[in-house]
Design a protein. Structure first.
Length: 81
């Protein structure tokens, strides 16, 4: 199955440095591999959105909400909300 790409890639500054996220699969992998706790509502919503067959825009919004809720930073020059 082809993964859906975000219109604009995001640079996320997480616990292990920075990472470029440009697809729903990459966002889902980031949430799974780099998340402390894996149990918040924002994390669950983002995982559900990124793993679904929904729109990339909806997944992006959910992913960014989870990132913000965890106190991680998104590079504002590369990303849009």
């Amino acid at each position: 199955m082809d993964t859906k790409s975000f219109r604009t890639p995001m640079v996320i500054y997480g616990p292990r440095g920075f990472l470029l996220i440009s697809t729903m699969d990459q966002a889902s992998d980031f949430l799974f591999d780099n998340w402390p706790g894996n149990d918040s509502k924002a994390w669950t919503d983002a995982m559900t959105s990124c793993a679904s067959d929904g729109s990339a825009d909806d997944a992006r919004v959910a992913f960014l909400a989870a990132i913000a809720g965890a106190g991680m930073r998104v590079d504002p020059i590369v990303s849009f909300y």
